[in-house]
Design a protein around this ligand. Structure first.
Ligand code: AMP
Ligand code: MG
Length: 435
């Protein structure tokens, strides 16, 4: 356990901005450390397991498939005999669900349906579309031949009894649920979701059901971050918004200490009422960084709070991670995806918790003219569903900047503009960040 040293003076802005890659490496290293301690577990019914993380290894309870099965409707046969195109007498019939039957006598074929057990002696299945039948006889139509093994999946071809099918830490979705069902798991041990405190700061914010007065805006980050946290496998704990005063921040940080991870929105820029960093310092935070060369999201803070908040004398085990996310909605969303989600994934016991990137082709020129030392993440739309055999095409959503929620809501990914490249040309292969 690393003891967090109180750091009374928070690092000031502009002095130690990390590059995007440096910040990612630092957060990834933390995620690896956090991932070594597995969360507590709970048991859930299979039907409620989607989106959770497997806390027990999933084993095959019997061979998969449990018997050699036909993958086609047709006739089980010996490949060498069928390929001579002579009529073979029918020796029997098997439907899916029938117990294994046979054996297949020489010079015979066996009528078989998809999913039915192959009778011993047969080494291939000819498809019903490829045969000629007459009065309890069947022959493969020339010039077609059949090879041993065709249209048969051998017993245990996918897994042997007791084989490990999914390791601890696997994300559970439809396919994993189907596999668990096939192996007889009616319930699964999963990891408990980490509790994520969502603190929104700003004197200008009113709740969604209140009428904003002059100069006020609705607190849209609280429900947005709650949705992001839930999507990433955490249990959101939304605290009432906090005023931009030292007292209010001290009080809410003390309360939020009960969470597994803290997200604080707003109050981390260089303004007069950006009071989050000093409040974190009073709570004993150790700062990993207080800025990253990215846009949006440059003032992002990553810190670690001690178990014992010096202001409250609460003593808890270990330290906990805390992110100060810049308050602009696009900044909050991007910094969450890039940096907070991987930490949350690690706290969830997930094996694969990094942000997800893909390649796409740029439809039109993007980015600004001139040099930039920032890696940028710009709301964009990618035609993922176009099935053209080419890279999907991506284009920027026209945006008024990091406060433009309407642009964010119309986007389905972020275009990554690397530090060296101020501008990307139409046709270029680019990276996109997936939400
Ligand atoms: P800040 O990071 O506190 O300087 O805020 C930057 C900008 O984001 C300001 O225009 C804020 O009004 C806006 N903002 C901050 N917090 C929120 C929030 N919870 N919901 C919507 N907008 C916010
Ligand atoms: Mg603010």
């Amino acid at each position: 356990m690393s003891r967090a040293l109180p750091n009374p003076a928070p690092p000031s802005h502009g002095t130690s901005l990390l590059s995007y890659q440096e910040a990612r490496a630092l957060v990834d290293a933390h995620a690896i450390q956090l991932g070594k301690k597995l969360p507590s577990t709970e048991r859930v019914a299979l039907g409620a397991a989607s989106g959770r993380v497997l806390a027990e290894p999933l084993h095959a309870d019997r061979d998969q498939p449990p018997f050699a099965r036909s993958t086609r409707d047709g006739f089980a046969c010996r490949a060498a005999e069928a390929s001579k195109h002579k009529f073979l007498k029918l020796a029997g019939q098997s439907r899916a669900g029938d117990a294994p039957a046979g054996p297949l006598p020489e010079g015979h074929a066996w009528e078989i349906m998809t999913g039915a057990p192959i009778p011993p002696g047969a080494d291939a299945v000819v498809m019903i579309e490829h045969v000629e039948t007459s009065a309890r006889k069947v022959r493969l139509l020339p010039p077609r031949t059949v090879k041993p093994g065709e249209n048969i999946v051998e017993q245990a071809a996918q897994a042997r009894q007791r084989d490990l099918l999914l390791p601890v830490g696997s994300s559970i979705h439809a396919a994993q649920i189907a596999l668990a069902a096939a192996c007889g798991y009616a319930a699964l041990d999963v990891f408990q979701r980490p509790r994520v405190a969502i603190l929104t700061t700003g004197d200008e914010l009113v709740p969604v059901d209140a009428l904003p007065g002059p100069g006020q805006i609705r607190n849209s980050n609280a429900p947005m971050l709650a949705a992001l946290v839930a999507d990433a496998g955490g249990e959101p704990w939304v605290l009432p918004r906090t005023a931009d005063t030292a007292e209010a921040l001290d009080a809410v940080l003390a309360k939020a200490a009960a969470a597994d991870l803290l997200l604080i929105s707003g109050g981390v820029s260089a303004g007069k009422f950006d009071l989050v960093e000093p409040a974190l310092a009073r709570a004993g935070a150790r700062f990993h960084f207080t800025g990253v060369r990215i846009q949006p999201g440059k003032p992002l803070v990553f810190a670690e709070l001690p178990g014992n908040n010096p202001l409250t004398a609460q003593v808890k085990d270990g330290t906990k991670c805390c992110f100060g996310l810049p308050g602009n909605p696009v900044s909050s969303a991007v910094t969450f995806l890039l940096f907070a989600a991987p930490i949350l994934g690690a706290l969830s016991g997930r094996r694969d918790s990094g942000p997800r990137f893909a390649l796409a082709r740029l439809r039109a020129d993007a980015g600004k003219r001139g040099k930039s030392d920032l890696t940028r993440f710009l709301p964009a739309f990618c035609n993922f569903s176009a099935d053209t055999g080419q890279l999907p095409e991506v284009e920027l959503i026209p945006s008024q900047g990091s406060g433009d929620l309407a642009a964010l809501a119309r986007s389905n990914c972020y275009l990554v503009v690397p530090e060296e490249a101020a501008r990307l040309e139409a046709g270029a292969i680019v990276r996109i960040l997936l939400p």
